[in-house]
Design a protein around this ligand. Structure first.
Ligand code: OSB
Ligand code: MG
Length: 370
């Protein structure tokens, strides 16, 4: 049990290496919330709320999460006997803000682990020392995207996840397949295809796609189920849900409807690392392909993701690139990548302490609660 005396919430504005473009919108800079929780005994834990700068992917966004965390949520953690497993329950009134909850829970987990001198990987029972590196590629002109795919494959990435949308798909997959016939290739539409585009999605898959992520909007359960049924005969690649699943209950409903055969597990989207671990277990017991999903995190969030991805049920390579794939500046140390593999972090807590100068330089607002 830990009692926290303060939470320092920071709103950062970090520069990106290149814009991140998906069918839901464009991210030009990485506004992101991080928080430091300080326990009565002086132990410190860091958490990240990975909500994007704008409410494009889900309804949460960084500046809104900052307000919510500083106005109400962080105060719930102060002065009470607490352990990480209790955080989600304590914040049940804020269940519509899973990314903000995930940030506070991460800070509590980090503090507990640092106090015990344990790594997140140890806490999760991870045996793997490395996990395969995968990388996401945003929407861009076809030629430029194919060039990027070739360059990233040369950097060692084992899997490419390329963003697609209607009119920006078959030619792109053909181009990548011509250049890289053997690479593990996933497409992610962020729900951009209308339900009646089923035949077109099947055509796209037939060009050499190994997994398809969220082809239809989150609510289009029947379209996803129809796609899975049609694939059964032809080429049963995983149909991976991302936006459609924020909780175990939603995952179970889609499993019953035959509407998912894979799941992108993002700790932020599902309310934290503990919920992410439960969803991983659900995937294992239902024989679903699981993949560790990224959210353009800082090195802190990427450290957490790299440990999580070491769980044995993650059979599909995740969005597991170093934070520097997207961020041009980052207060946290980055992941180590060599020969297409990412090292599972083994230091105490989730990640080493951030660089205070870089944190200061890119911090646009901060507030101490408690
Ligand atoms: O749809 O998977 C997505 C990033 C932010 C929001 C949604 C998505 C993504 C990615 C992962 O594609 C990119 C990454 O973190 O490397
Ligand atoms: Mg996705």
């Amino acid at each position: 049990m830990t009692v926290f005396r303060s939470v320092d919430v920071h709103l950062l504005d970090l520069p990106l290496v290149e814009p991140f473009v998906a069918s839901h919108g464009e991210t030009l800079g990485r506004t992101i919330v991080v928080m430091r929780a300080t326990a009565d005994d002086g132990t410190v834990g860091w958490g990240e709320c990975s909500a994007l700068p704008a409410a494009t992917y889900t309804s949460e966004f960084a500046a809104g999460a900052y307000r919510s965390l500083t106005d109400e949520m962080a105060a719930q953690l102060i002065g009470v006997e607490l352990h990480a497993e209790a955080v989600a329950g304590l914040l049940a009134d804020f269940a519509d803000q899973p990314m903000a909850i995930a940030g506070l829970e991460m800070a509590v987990i980090d503090a507990e682990l640092k106090a015990a001198g344990q790594s997140l990987a140890h806490w999760l029972g991870i045996e793997a020392e490395t996990v395969p590196a995968g990388v996401s590629i945003g929407l861009d002109a076809i030629d430029a995207t194919v060039d990027k795919a070739v360059a990233l494959a040369a950097d060692g990435y084992r899997r490419l996840k390329v963003k697609v949308q209607p009119g920006h798909d078959v030619e792109l997959v053909d181009g990548i397949r011509r250049a890289l016939p053997d690479i593990e290739l996933q497409v992610d539409a962020n729900g951009a295809y209308p339900a009646d585009a089923l035949d077109h999605v099947l055509t796209l898959i037939g060009r050499g796609v190994d997994a398809v992520e969220q082809p239809f909007a989150a609510a289009e359960t029947e379209a996803a189920a129809a796609l899975i049924e049609r694939l059964d005969r032809a080429n049963p690649i995983p149909v991976v849900a991302d936006e459609a699943v924020a909780s175990e209950a939603e995952a179970e409903a889609l499993i019953s409807a035959g509407a998912l055969t894979g799941l992108s597990i993002k700790p932020a989207r599902v309310g934290g690392l503990i919920a992410a671990r439960s969803l991983h277990d659900l995937c294992v017991s239902n024989r679903l392909a699981a993949t560790a999903g990224g959210m353009l995190e800082t090195g802190l969030g990427r450290h957490a993701l790299a440990a999580l991805a070491g769980l044995p049920g993650f059979g599909l390579t995740g969005d597991l690139s170093p934070a520097g794939r997207w961020l041009a500046a980052d207060p946290w140390q980055d992941l180590d990548m060599a020969d297409g593999m990412i090292s599972v972090p083994t230091g105490p807590g989730i990640a080493p302490e951030p660089d205070p100068y870089i944190l200061d330089r890119y911090c646009v607002e901060r507030q101490r609660i408690g």
